[in-house]
Ligand binder design. Structure first.
Ligand SMILES: *Cc1c(COP(=O)(O)O)cnc(C)c1O
Length: 373
């Protein structure tokens, strides 16, 4: 088993003698969409980076392996985070692996059952607050100052360092950077991390002068000069939770896509910089559109992602059809989390999908023939 710390040791700011806390994260598949791409210009190459196949089922594992490794190297005995679900699942698992404690603050209701199950089973102290993610974020930032706990939300720079490796993998697989990179935006850490990763891939060793790379103020050891261009970064939000579209924080964010139900993104400035430096944009989708594309991906491509993830593909399809993303483009969408995280969404389709039949060959044959028409 080799995780991303082992693979990218020379591009991560960890102490050389740090004990890597790893569950074999990263190295996720980049899958070309076939069926959903029908009807698009034939020279479009549309891919999904299926981050649901990380150890706890979301991209959060990339950040958590690096953040927890650093916390343990600093002698920390406990970590803390606020979470809409996936950060708490990853924090709980990596803390268990490290043999330290995890405190996770989750919102009152609106947490997907699979994510809550993970935090509980990995032995975290789950604190359900009477408030939303943004309230939790305020509290854990204060705890990091006043209690013996290390904060592992994406304001922790080691999280973004780990998450940038997804951009490395995409460039390695394609042999180049894509022309467009589409992803869901919640707290805005991931769009920031991808832009950092692409920037490190594109800048030549010794080249400086971009805000995206955290080390560019001085000597940056991480520039690869391995690709010739960076992608346009496109961020998609749920309409009920779209601070980047409104231009200001949203008080009471609401959406079925609970992973991006965040009104006050912590990496606002960096995400805006990534969007502007890359000539990108933000756009929004309502819940019905998000669930429809989630269903299409699952039923037509065999790829089950959670609702928040599907907004990236919804966005890419709309922008390719409108021509905003031009023919001939190579497009990558991040599918941030696995569909099994949020089984309630599937249960809502059970009425159409489930038919009760008598336990006899005749009844089953009849059901098959009826269904095949
Ligand atoms: C965390 C998360 C997001 C949002 O990522 P940010 O870095 O907060 O913008 C999107 N989808 C899923 C499944 C997530 O877990």
């Amino acid at each position: 088993m080799s995780g991303l710390i082992e693979k990218y040791a020379d591009r991560l700011p960890l102490p050389a003698d740090a004990r890597a806390i790893s569950l074999g994260e990263g190295n996720t598949p980049l899958i070309r969409l076939n069926n959903l791409a029908r009807g698009l210009p034939t020279d479009i190459e549309l891919y999904v980076k299926y981050e649901g196949l990380n150890p706890t089922g979301s991209f959060k594992d990339r950040g958590m392996t690096v953040a927890v490794t650093q916390a343990v190297a600093e002698g920390s005995q406990a970590i803390i985070c606020a979470s809409t679900g996936n950060t708490s699942a990853a924090a709980a698992a990596y803390a268990a692996r490290a043999g330290i404690r995890a405190f996770v603050l989750i919102p009152d209701g609106k947490i997907a059952m699979g994510k809550l199950a993970q935090a509980i089973m990995h032995g975290a102290d789950v604190l359900q607050i009477q408030g939303n993610f943004d309230d939790g974020m305020r509290i854990v930032k204060e705890m990091a100052q006043s209690a013996p706990v290390s904060l592992v939300n994406s304001v922790n720079p080691y999280r973004l360092q780990g998450q940038k490796t997804a951009a490395f993998e995409i460039c390695e697989t394609l042999g180049r950077a894509p022309d467009y990179h589409c992803l869901p935006v919640g707290n805005a850490g991931n769009i920031t991390a991808y832009w950092m990763g692409y920037t490190e891939m594109a800048l030549a060793p010794g080249q400086t002068g971009t805000a995206a790379c955290h080390f560019c103020q001085g000597e940056c050891p991480y520039h690869q000069g391995a690709v010739t261009q960076r992608p346009v970064m496109v961020g998609y939000q749920a309409s009920g939770s779209a601070p980047f579209l409104r231009g200001h924080p949203v008080e009471q964010p609401e959406t079925v896509a609970t992973a991006i139900r965040i009104g006050a993104p912590q990496s606002w400035t960096q995400a805006l910089a990534a969007s502007q430096e890359s000539n990108g944009w933000f756009d929004e989708f309502d819940d019905a559109e998000i669930l429809e594309v989630q269903w299409q991906l699952a039923s037509q491509e065999g790829i089950f992602c959670e609702p928040a993830s599907a907004v990236s593909v919804a966005g890419a399809l709309r922008d390719i059809r409108s021509g905003r993303i031009p023919a001939g483009s190579t497009v990558v969408c991040t599918l941030t989390g696995h569909g099994l995280k949020d089984p309630d969404v599937a249960h809502q389709r059970a009425d159409q999908a489930l038919s009760k039949v008598e336990a006899s060959p005749e009844a089953v044959r009849e059901a098959i023939l009826r269904s095949l028409g």
